[in-house]
Ligand binder design. Structure first.
Ligand code: ATP
Length: 446
């Protein structure tokens, strides 16, 4: 066996596997697709759901100090004036006068010419404009009249929904500082240069948590959250050698941040941001308090004075993390002269936890296997497959990211044990159905 991961066309192979196996499809494909928009297929939808659950469990259910929220995408337009997004959520962009393509100034080196995709914008001979500001928020109109008074924005981040609900959550949950509010939801940005499959899209999901602390404790909690988030990726099963921290220098810091670190992953197209951990100070609550005249300050018996809490934010991209899992899990192995593809997803998030396979389609094996499937599917997402040679069936499951295959053979009918094949070690262990239930439970939930 030899590993054969070719960096150059790895993304093409992943895109093609995603289509073939039903992880991700181009959006509106029968109409020719829509740039940078993607649909999650049967395996992708399960994977995404599992990933969100994994985050939600770590960030809310397993803790006493974080509450969940699910705020509306459409918010009062004034929110985006107050937050600074209307004035400052801009990317400097450059147009090509020849092919009319538009590029982000800071991503010019990674962009492709509109006419000659093999060339960079600077190499194709086209004349470029000076950089200009371009607001990334999508606008639409609320109600039947389309005029300036009915302009409304599609939220470009989920965080603002949390800030405007700070009082509601604090009062209804009776949480005391330090505490956090977490939410998962869609965000929209009219990105100038979307691309690299689902890495940068115009519609995406974020998994954000805002942690409210006393101003004197901001640095302590900032460090705490950096450590927690690092551990989360470890638990998710990401290859940690491909992760690193990137500290924002003074020229990179967002207008609201005192300090910021990105978790970066080494994608086939280079090191790129996966998540941001930011110290947003009292900027957000301070601005909303000023704009609304609502008192967003905090006080309890431990503090003599009222204060505006500082916020430590952890902001991860759901689609980007999912892409990271696919890139990280993709593997090719040569077995007896044949290249076999493995999607090495952790059992914690894998879309299908186990396949149930009768060795042959006779001698009572399918009937027994169907019973095993019926029993275990009460707890786990499984897949039953009786068609084709067992080797082919294993190979299909390996590509689909399924960590275990349960095979019912002749001995099963005698002693009620079946083999459980581990996708990564390829080891096979005999277990009863009760043992398999415990085994899967541990692999998924521990
Ligand atoms: P970038 O520099 O890549 O544009 P950003 O610094 O603007 O990202 P944040 O505003 O910090 O990103 O958003 C937090 C997270 O949301 C990012 O780390 C990323 O995982 C995700 N995210 C942001 N923009 C996109 C996008 N266009 N497509 C997919 N995910 C995104």
């Amino acid at each position: 066996m030899s590993s054969n991961k070719n960096k150059n066309n790895l993304m093409d192979k992943i895109v093609s596997l995603c289509k073939r196996r039903g992880f991700i499809f181009p959006s509106s494909e029968i109409y020719g697709g829509l740039t940078s928009c993607w649909d999650y297929g049967p395996l992708g939808a399960e994977l995404k759901r599992n990933l969100k659950d994994f985050w939600w469990k770590a960030m809310t259910r397993s803790r006493n100090d974080i509450e969940g929220l699910d705020a509306a995408i459409l918010m009062h337009p004034q929110v985006w004036h107050t937050s600074g997004h209307v004035a400052e959520f801009n990317d400097p962009m450059i147009d090509c006068k020849t092919c009319k393509a538009r590029f982000r100034e800071d991503k010019l080196e990674e962009s492709q010419c509109g006419r000659k995709p093999s060339k960079k914008p600077t190499e194709c001979g086209g004349e470029l404009t000076e950089a200009r500001q371009f607001n990334l928020m999508f606008k639409t109109f609320m109600g039947p009249v389309e005029d300036s008074s009915s302009v409304i924005y599609m939220r470009p981040e989920t965080a603002q929904g949390i800030y405007v609900n700070f009082l509601n959550v604090k009062n209804s949950s009776r949480q005391k500082i330090p505490f956090g509010i977490a939410q998962i939801g869609k965000a929209f940005r009219n990105e100038i240069t979307p691309g690299n499959f689902t890495f940068r899209t115009r519609e995406f999901e974020q998994m954000e948590m805002q942690f409210f602390v006393h101003p004197s404790e901001d640095e302590k909690w900032f460090e705490y959250w950096r450590e927690e988030r690092w551990k989360w990726y470890e638990e998710l099963g990401i290859n940690m050698a491909k992760l690193r921290w990137h500290e924002h220098g003074p020229d990179e810091l967002a207008h609201y941040a005192k300090s910021a670190y990105d978790v970066e992953y080494e994608y086939p197209f280079g090191w790129q941001e996966l998540e941001g951990v930011h110290n947003r100070t009292d900027f957000d609550l301070g601005r909303h308090m000023k704009a609304t005249k609502k008192d967003l300050r905090y006080q309890d018996d431990r503090y003599k004075e009222k204060f505006i809490p500082y916020i430590i934010e952890t902001s991860a991209g759901c689609d980007r993390t999912l892409l990271t899992l696919l890139v990280d899990g993709y593997d090719e192995v040569e077995i007896k002269g044949e290249i076999r593809v493995f999607m090495r997803l952790s059992a914690k998030v894998a879309p299908i936890k186990a396949a149930v396979l009768p060795l042959v389609k006779k001698e009572g094996m399918p009937e027994y296997a169907i019973k095993v499937h019926e029993e275990l599917k009460k707890k786990f997402k499984l897949f039953y497959d009786e068609s084709g040679a067992i080797g082919r069936r294993y190979a299909r499951m390996d590509e689909a990211g399924c960590p275990f295959c349960i095979t019912i053979d002749g001995d099963t009918l005698i002693d009620n044990t079946m083999t459980v094949r581990d996708r990564d070690s390829m080891e096979q262990t005999r277990m009863t159905v009760e043992e398999i239930e415990d085994f899967l439970d541990k692999k998924i939930n521990d």
